[in-house]
Design a protein. Structure first.
Length: 384
């Protein structure tokens, strides 16, 4: 029976996430939708962020009658542990679901003793460097097995993450937990597209888009190298901030690309940039756990050209919704962009298939029930 049925009870969840909600991105929206859904199912889902929400997002929770809290659990303090236990007691929490925190979190050990009836779940969202395991990791594996037994369920946001967890040999009760995106928010919008392109005198340009945290592992320099070899009517938009921004701007100047590269900085809403672009590029050079931004781009009807690394290939249908290329290979990236440039019909068809794939596989409607199943109290069915 589907967990959407009112005959199945959802356990009460404290969703602890190491996230500073400076924007209302797809992950933040996913959390809000889960909280709202739990309320409709007569249960409770309490998000706990690292910092307070922005005023308008806090207001959205208040208007919906949804509790939300903030605690920074990266460092252990007695006062924070007391606040955490108060949240658990006050809301009668049955599951603490840990996200983006280290699995060796000291609060898990504390709660094992102080609140032994509370279950602990963990979801692994973390991208990987692709270096092999060293001998010390093998020595510590048996210790980790003992420590990690406290987690009743452990999720990975892609098959790539799940397989890595299996290979570690430390985890039990593994499950896959794909993200979903709001396909009504992320969708093609011809009006926005025309308005933004006209505003910047780019109506006849081919716009490549990168949305990323600007760190070396995101591989944005690979796109700059590719752009250097592309026709001058191809331009690049970069949305995001990070430690690499200055060096990327310097590289653009070095390549004489200053007039063809626009740095937009960190944006609260990225969908207008996707709606205005012609192609999305995800050039990561590390083992990306999933690449949620790729799903957003697909939903906006963009062909996605992405590194064939980590969990990314699970979301790109090669030759149908986009292209994959060897991570770090700017020549291969250039070749794939040129295929779209020289074949507008192919680019259009890819965009249409990208949109339908996002709606069919990664929309709220297609994925919400799968997420809810994780929290079902199967032995405790409600009776009318």
């Amino acid at each position: 029976m589907s967990p959407a049925s009112n005959s199945i009870r959802l356990r009460r969840v404290l969703f602890v996430v190491n996230l500073n909600p400076t924007k209302f991105g797809s992950l933040e929206e996913q959390i809000f939708i889960l909280a709202h859904t739990f309320k409709r199912r007569h249960s409770l889902f309490v998000p706990v962020f690292v910092r307070p929400l922005r005023e308008k997002n806090e207001s959205a929770y208040q208007k919906a009658g949804l509790p939300v809290a903030h605690l920074d659990l990266k460092q252990f303090t007695i006062s924070t542990s007391l606040k955490l236990m108060h949240l658990i007691d006050y809301h009668k929490i049955e599951i603490v679901h840990w996200n983006l925190y280290k699995p060796t979190n000291i609060y898990v050990g504390l709660l094992t003793i102080a609140r032994p009836r509370v279950m602990h779940f963990m979801t692994d969202h973390i991208s990987r460097t692709l270096s092999g395991a060293n001998s010390s990791q093998f020595v510590k594996r048996w210790i980790k097995r003992i420590l990690f037994r406290r987690y009743s369920k452990v999720g990975g946001i892609s098959n790539f993450v799940l397989e890595d967890l299996r290979q570690q040999g430390c985890w039990g009760n593994l499950f896959r937990q794909y993200h979903f995106i709001n396909s009504d928010r992320f969708k093609p919008n011809p009006y926005v597209r025309a308005k933004i392109r006209d505003c910047h005198n780019l109506a006849d340009r081919f716009i490549l888009l990168v949305v990323a945290h600007l760190i070396p592992e995101k591989g944005v320099d690979v796109v700059l190298k590719a752009l250097k070899a592309l026709p001058t009517h191809v331009v690049l938009w970069i949305v995001g901030e990070g430690t690499e921004r200055d060096s990327l701007e310097a590289r653009a100047r070095q390549f004489n690309l200053k007039e063809r590269v626009m740095f937009w900085g960190l944006q609260e809403n990225v969908e207008p940039y996707m709606q205005a672009a012609d192609c999305f590029v995800c050039p990561s050079t590390w083992g990306e756990a999933a690449g949620l931004v790729n799903l957003e781009a697909l939903a906006c009807g963009l062909p996605v050209i992405a590194s064939a690394i980590g969990g990314i290939p699970e979301f790109i249908d090669e030759g149908k919704t986009g292209f994959l290329f060897p991570a770090g290979d700017h020549t291969a990236l250039t070749e794939r962009i040129i295929r779209l440039l020289t074949d507008p019909m192919l680019s259009h068809a890819m965009g249409e298939r990208a949109r339908s794939t996002a709606v069919d596989r990664f929309s709220i409607e297609s994925k919400l029930d799968d997420l809810l199943k994780v929290y079902v109290a199967e032995s405790e069915r409600l009776h009318p």
